[in-house]
Ligand binder design. Structure first.
Ligand code: DHE
Length: 501
């Protein structure tokens, strides 16, 4: 006859074998569970390996409940398996999900040695063809980032066909950036991977991990240098745009040594310099790319922490949004000083702003993440000309030199499936498109000639919907897996005033 004690011991042995903690066992140790089940793919330090980094900064908008579901059921179309309940029970899954949302105890080290060691050369640059190997207009291609299964599609902007589709690193973010001749595209992932892809041969050329958590990448107007802005560690990293070798790792800190995350870095072609928005110190940094191997930093003090930038067309002035989302400021780049304050509450998403001419004035228009409006600002007087009421707060706005219409979205609102179209002459919404009722729809980009507008239905079973930009008639619909952003080569390399740079 088994005694109570022998039953309890047998249960304990069984639970241990199955990793099932009995009611009276110690709570699960997430660090041990991580080492046992996750470290092989995600790195013992959580910085990522063949799987992505599992750090709060890198998980973006993922919610803890979604993380738990991924641990239980895996991630389709990736190597992430689901863990059955007899391997990780509910308590273990919850503990692991909480663990990956816990910040690292110390700033990770990711310097020149780590960056150099991470570099992967997929193609010998000497073997790349001299001319495009496809029949499409090389300057009317689109790079489309599909977040659903972490792929990138290259789309012919005349025929609306997919020329290539290749797997990307986990969670690409920010716009794709092109070499000045439009031949190469550079992609940045939140995990710090920078990829270089050749649009002539439709092949990945090289990859390098420039940081542990990256915001974005910018390309110098002479095509020689890439600048990468990181939040982990606190660095800006200059890469050789040819082979992606690091040229410099620039620590980001104020004069007293207080480090800062980089919020975004952009190229300012007429100034021959990069400019960086910093999240934690009240400074704007300008870094010229003209002297090979040297990246001196010009620091400009600002009244606020600035989160994102927009530039007037000559790149003389920089508009920055304050981190607390209450206002914007204008910095004269020659003087290095603030010259105006902007009435921009509700977290303007300045990086998605556009410029156009309205009644003889050059204006900029920006969506707001927390207010259902588009603000239109006169860049001569820095006053707000109009607040256009939108169906919801939006993320993106797009125009083109050849069309009087600007296309927005209501990404952050209740009606997430609408694309409001604004007439830039009257500043009124003149059309509301609904390409896929009930499905999140946002982010527009025009073809090179501005005749067509490509819109993303941003769902896993999503689509790229092509509209005639004058009649608003649907022209084509390409099925895609959560197509987040799309970037037209010509519009980017010509710095079209209707798109982001
Ligand atoms: Fe973005 C660009 C910041 C969340 C999709 N986003 C940018 C840029 C910045 C930025 C600074 C410009 C960099 C560039 O293109 O070089 N984004 C932020 C945030 O701070 C925010 C709100 C929070 C965060 O997690 O970082 C944020 N962004 C998102 C999303 O949730 C989106 C919708 C989906 C995703 O991929 O994470 C998203 N961001 C985009 C896209 C662009 C972008 C598609 C490029 C826009 C373009 O057309 O150029």
């Amino acid at each position: 006859m088994p005694t109570t004690r022998s039953v309890a011991l047998a249960a304990l042995a069984l639970s241990a074998a199955l990793h099932l903690p009995p009611a009276f066992a110690a709570p699960p140790d997430p660090a041990r569970l991580f080492t046992e089940h996750c470290a092989a793919c995600h790195g013992g330090d959580r910085l990522g390996a063949i799987g992505p980094a599992l750090l709060p900064e890198n998980l973006g908008r993922l919610k803890p409940a979604e993380a738990e579901s991924i641990i239980r059921h895996g991630r389709p179309a990736t190597q992430m398996p689901g863990f059955a309940a007899d391997v990780l029970d509910d308590a273990a899954v919850t503990a692991l999900a909480a663990y990956v949302f816990t910040p690292l105890p110390a700033m990770p080290v990711w310097g020149e040695a780590e960056i150099t060691a991470s570099r992967i050369l997929h193609r010998d640059p000497a073997t790349l063809p001299a001319a495009p190997q496809h029949g499409a207009d090389p300057l009317n291609l689109f790079t489309v980032v599909e977040a659903g299964d972490h792929h990138v599609s290259i789309v012919d902007g005349d025929r609306f066909t997919v020329l290539d589709r290749f797997p990307s690193r986990f969670a690409l973010h920010g716009g794709a950036k092109y070499s000045p001749d439009g031949r190469f595209v550079y992609l940045a992932s939140r995990d710090g991977w920078i990829a270089k892809y050749d649009l002539h041969s439709l092949a990945l050329v090289a990859e390098v991990r420039a940081g542990v958590n990256t915001r974005n990448v910018a390309v110098s107007a002479d095509g020689r240098v890439l600048m990468v802005g990181n939040t982990l560690p606190h660095t800006l990293v200059a890469l050789d745009a040819g082979d992606l070798n690091p040229l410099a790792v620039i620590p980001v800190a104020d004069a007293a040594g207080n480090g800062s995350r980089v919020s975004a870095v952009y190229a300012m072609p007429p100034r021959g310099a990069f400019v960086a928005a910093l999240k934690d110190i009240r400074e704007v940094w300008e870094i010229p790319w003209g002297e090979p191997g040297r990246f001196p930093v010009r620091r400009m003090e600002t009244a606020d922490h600035l989160d994102d930038f927009f530039f007037d067309p000559p790149y003389r002035h920089l508009m920055g949004a304050s981190r607390d989302g209450r206002r914007g400021i204008v910095v004269d780049m020659d003087a290095g000083a603030m010259v105006a304050e902007l009435d921009l509450p509700g977290m303007p998403h300045l990086g998605s702003g556009i410029s156009f001419s309205h009644e003889g004035r050059t204006v900029m228009a920006t969506p707001h993440l927390r207010e259902a409006v588009i603000s239109v600002i006169d860049t001569g007087t820095w006053t707000t000309l109009r607040r256009i009421a939108m169906p919801g707060p939006g993320f993106f706005l797009r125009g083109h030199e050849t069309t009087p219409y600007a296309w927005g979205d209501a990404y952050m609102g209740r009606e997430k499936d609408v694309i409001p179209v604004i007439d830039t002459r009257t500043l009124e919404i003149v059309r509301t498109l609904r390409p896929a009722p009930g499905k999140l729809t946002a982010h527009v980009e025009f073809t090179r000639d501005g005749r067509h507008a490509l819109v993303s239905v941003m769902e896993d079973e999503g689509a790229l919907v092509v509209y005639d930009a004058a009649t608003f008639a649907e022209v084509a619909r390409l099925p895609m897996r959560k197509p987040i952003g799309k970037y037209n080569v010509w519009n980017k390399i010509s710095y079209s005033s209707g798109t982001s740079h």
